[in-house]
Write a protein that binds this ligand. Sequence first.
Ligand code: SF4
Length: 646
Amino acid sequence: MPVESLFPRLEPLLPQVQKPIQYVGGELNSTVKDWDACAVRWALMYPDAYEVGLPNQGVMILYEVLNEVADVLAERTYAVWGDLEKLMREHDVPQFTVDGHRPVGAFDVFGLSFSTELGYTNMLNALDLAGIPIEAKDRTEDHPIVLAGGHAAFNPEPIADFIDCAVVGDGEQAVLQITDIIRAWKAEGRPGGRDELLFRLAVTGSVYVPRFYDVDYLEDGRIQRVAPNRSGVPWRVSKHTVMDLDEWPYPKQPLVPLAETVHERMSVEIFRGCTRGCRFCQAGMITRPVRERSIEGIGAMVDKGLKATGFEEVGLLSLSSADHTEIAEVAKGLADRYTDDKIGLSLPSTRVDAFNIDLANELTRNGRRSGLTFAPEGGSERLRKVINKMVSEEDLIRTVATAYGNGWRQVKLYFMVGLPTETDEDVLQIADMAKKVIQKGREVSGSRDIRCTVSIGGFVPKPHTPFQWAPQLDPAATDARLHKLRDAIRADRQYGKSIGFRYHDGKPGAIEGLLSRGDRRIGRVIRAVWEDGGRFDGWSEHFSYDRWVRCADKALADEPVDLDWYTTREREWNEVLPWDHLDSGLDKDWLWEDWQDALDETEVDDCRWSPCFDCGVCPQMGTEIQIGPTGQKLLPLSVKQPATQH
Ligand code: SF4
């Protein structure tokens, strides 16, 4: 069936909205393929505004992987702001893709990538605008398969009623596998309708289809069991793991945004996974094991990506980039290669103990020497043992002293508040640490012009981590602790003025906690919030805690559970957790032991450099740690010829 562009209907609305450029598409390296020549069509969404969604690496990678297949097309769609939403509803313009301005409802798959649970209301809004029934059970063969991925999909239960399926883990191979199944089913004349297609996906063992699982509850509200209701559907669904990153050098042609976005640089993922074992870190736990991209692979991606985009900065991405075994060679090689072009390099995440000044000097050789950010996460040594973030105060002071001595004037320290076992005293030690940093900075630089910014986030316990059983601190207690810390910093006459203090109140964290560890009953709350006008919950100016509390009270009124039950309650070891049937590879007994180790303030080493401590991932997933050094060299590709004399 031919599908026409919605642009003629959208265009007259654009002069009436803010930043209309975000809706027009046509970015450098974007793709519009012939609709009728394609057998399988994907609409991909990062459920936030264009400025946040466009730079998202996950969507960018899948967009390119899918579009490289001759008979497959993929287009992007983002959350529209309230001004355009109102006009679209008035003028009957459905949710559209920015590439071909095609209606999302006409695609075979509507795939959403969730890095945060606070995007759930935006999903419901997009479904509604697209004319796709909100609940999966009401969809027919005419509607796309609604598929969730991204880190939040490791517990898709709160959105189980709204999605048809979820994929956990790396998406590159998974989207191709799903495409093959859809192509075959369509070519056979769609036997058995939508149900048969979902069944074919479910029996692969790596696509979760919520409708094929029943959840039973105990009287006290806990889950009794989750079991398949269809023969052939596996009890547990496995995550996907891409083993050789060099085989997947995506994005090859990164998108260049038309409107302002949160990152304006090209990014290369230098490794995936992290085995440092920080107990609060869901990303580290669910992406194990560590798989490094080779130095040659990184060099080739940077070269191609810069040529394809014209960006002036390269971000070397990963969960802890300075941990790449050849980071020094990578940084030096790239700085040498791009000296004349003034291409800046950045490592968005650096550990104090992996940082060294040679590396920092290489990174800033061709660019700006702006601030350095470190994340000790816990204010006291004791708390850092609890969270397994093995950074001593001595290490931190030594590192920042070197940085200040080498010309840096700004250091940002990131911490969390509300960590398990935390007391006021642990948090107040953040103020002491910041003072010592300033003191040392003044001493080594001989200048009073030294700044340290303390940035604080609220801790949210996440599924598939050792803290999945932990109680979350309620917003009032979080705020009280933050205020004590703020007062302690301000009260210091000698150093207080040199210390910046940034924090968010505890309310969004409580809702993120509800959505992170929630079960299927939370779907009612999400729906009620969206119907009440909830959108863009990740944005403080749009987030309404009162609305979430009101809707949760109402939607859960007949249940023995409430907001506190999901957030501030500590779980027992034998409780069935809503995500137990989603297999991240981590052994639940190991996670429990690690939780007990946390309470005993016992640390665990990184298995890259110490023996395997049996977290379960490698045997369960058939994977292994892949690190260098590889012995390869980063070639100086753009060698300039010396000028010849005539
Ligand atoms: S199974 Fe062993 S080697 Fe693999 S990630 Fe877990 S602890 Fe590390």
